[in-house]
Design a binder for this molecule. Structure first.
Ligand code: DX5
Ligand code: ZN
Length: 241
């Protein structure tokens, strides 16, 4: 497999993504008026990363988390930050996002005409690069990019809003990605985002996913469950695959 010099140089920095089970709570689901407290509590509770959703109101019908908040999150935690860019023309914001502090930057392939250049820009700063695929986006459509990314984030709901119901057929794409990865000796991590409950973690893990974005279905349960119990529950579910 051909690797760019940036990819070879950054291999060690991206090794955290190879962990067999990573839970990344989605900060758009946190108490935004007490975000610093929630971040500390998530660290103590065993979160492996923090997921920051950036939305522009065009690619998705929602507005969320921008550069200044991202900078503050960067200053507030030692955890890796994965930034999920749900924006049209990510080229226009990628430099600022990377400068604000992203360890992993995930783009949607439909949002750019020059994905290779974008992936190179991400890698040039030392960050890992990921591609998110919507429920109706096929694995085939991103197949040529797979050797160049460190993560494929399989959206198990339409992007844009927390609290939606799982789109069941998306789990088959995890199996498809895992099979492709094995057949071509690739190394990207497979993540899932959207409606990630314990049941979904268990099913997704058995298909080959190891990175789980925890939103209202998995971490911010709103029923009094504390973060430690919620995150532990997701990690146990991943083992019971
Ligand atoms: C959806 C976001 C997710 C969201 C998922 O577009 O990317 O990060 O928070 O959380 P759930 O579906 O569990 O509420
Ligand atoms: Zn997300």
């Amino acid at each position: 497999m051909m690797q760019s010099s940036e990819m070879q140089a950054n291999g060690r920095r991206w090794r955290w993504l190879q962990n067999p089970c990573l839970v990344s709570p989605s900060l758009m689901c946190a108490d935004l008026l007490r975000l610093g407290e929630d971040i500390k509590a998530l660290e103590v509770a065993g979160a492996d990363a923090l997921h920051v959703d950036v939305m522009d109101g065009h690619y998705v019908d929602n507005l969320a988390l921008g550069y200044d908040l991202l900078k503050q999150v960067r200053d507030a935690t030692h955890l890796p930050i994965d930034v999920h860019l749900m924006v049209e023309h990510p080229e226009s914001c990628i430099e600022r996002v990377l400068a604000a502090g992203a360890d992993l930057c995930i783009i949607h392939s439909e949002t750019t005409r020059t994905p290779l250049r974008l992936l190179r820009t991400i890698h040039a700063t030392g960050a890992a690069a990921g591609i998110a695929i919507n429920p109706a986006t096929t694995v085939e459509s991103i197949e040529l990019l797979l050797p160049l990314v460190q993560m494929v984030l399989v959206m198990t709901v339409e992007p844009g809003f927390a609290g939606q119901r799982l789109v069941g057929f998306t789990l088959e794409k995890i199996e498809q990605l895992a099979a492709l990865r094995a057949s071509k000796s690739m190394q990207f991590t497979i993540g899932v985002d959207g409606a990630v409950s314990q049941e979904v973690v268990s099913n997704a893990a058995s298909c080959g996913a190891t990175f789980f974005v925890g939103g209202t279905s998995g971490v911010f349960l709103g029923d009094g469950t504390d973060f430690t119990t919620a995150i532990k529950g997701l990690k146990q579910a991943a083992k019971q695959r």
